[in-house]
Design a binder for this molecule. Structure first.
Ligand SMILES: O=C(CO)[C@H](O)[C@H](O)COP(=O)(O)O
Length: 213
């Protein structure tokens, strides 16, 4: 079954705890936490102290997407704060294998994200070591952008790579996911759908989560 991971990037930051409770009550599976440093992407969001505070309010799975330079500097603090999965960008580090080892050494899952312009060959060697590959279907940095249609074929080709290697790696898609694009992503082989504006902008959040699923 598809895992639904609303992004709290589109939530009301003045009441983050309640917003996380709201996505859980709406039937979402994971909470997607977009960490931006103003360097790797032109925007700033949350640090590990925010994750630590939220962790006191819920046992929900925390899927932490680090859109940061030097992600190796943040593994300890996000793991200690309560991340269940840390996803790092292939474009942000020279030593991806070492970085995934370091995330796994904390007893949590490790993912690798790819920007829209980064080809799949970049993760060919790391695939057996990653629990999840995140296909960015918008350029990272902001919510509410339009889904890049060629992402569907990228998901399809990644699914094929995973099957050929007999792996269990999850495929996550993030950016411009709504009722319509979700269907194309699921059919192409996506396992985890991230959605910000579609979920938080919906009149009925439960209906929006169900529509994505
Ligand atoms: O990673 C992100 C932006 O960098 C967000 O998770 C993503 O854009 C979700 O927002 P929306 O569903 O509104 O596109």
């Amino acid at each position: 079954m598809t895992i639904i991971a609303p992004s709290i990037l589109s939530s009301d930051f003045s009441r983050l705890g309640e917003e996380v409770a709201r996505i859980q009550d709406a039937g979402a599976d994971w909470c997607h936490i977009d960490v931006m440093d103003g360097q790797f992407v032109p925007n700033l969001t949350f640090g590990a102290p925010v994750v630590k505070s939220l962790r006191k309010r819920t046992e929900m799975f925390f899927d932490c997407h680090l859109m940061v330079e030097n992600p190796e500097n943040y593994v300890d603090s996000f793991a200690a704060a309560g991340a269940d999965l840390i996803c790092v960008h292939a474009e942000a580090t020279h030593h991806l294998h070492r970085l995934l080892q370091s995330i796994h050494s904390k007893g949590i899952q490790a993912g690798v994200a790819l920007n829209p312009a980064t080809p799949l060959c970049q993760i060919e060697e790391i695939l057996p070591y990653a629990d999840m590959i995140l296909i960015m279907s918008v350029n990272p940095g902001f919510g509410g952008q339009k889904f890049i249609p060629t992402s569907v074929d990228k998901i399809r080709r990644l699914k094929q790579m995973i099957r050929e290697r007999d792996l269990k790696t999850l495929i996550e898609v993030d950016g411009g996911v709504n009722g319509e694009t979700a269907k194309a992503c699921r059919e192409a082989g996506a396992d985890v759908l991230v959605a910000g504006s579609f979920v938080f902008g919906a009149a009925d959040m439960q209906e929006a989560v169900a529509a994505l699923r």
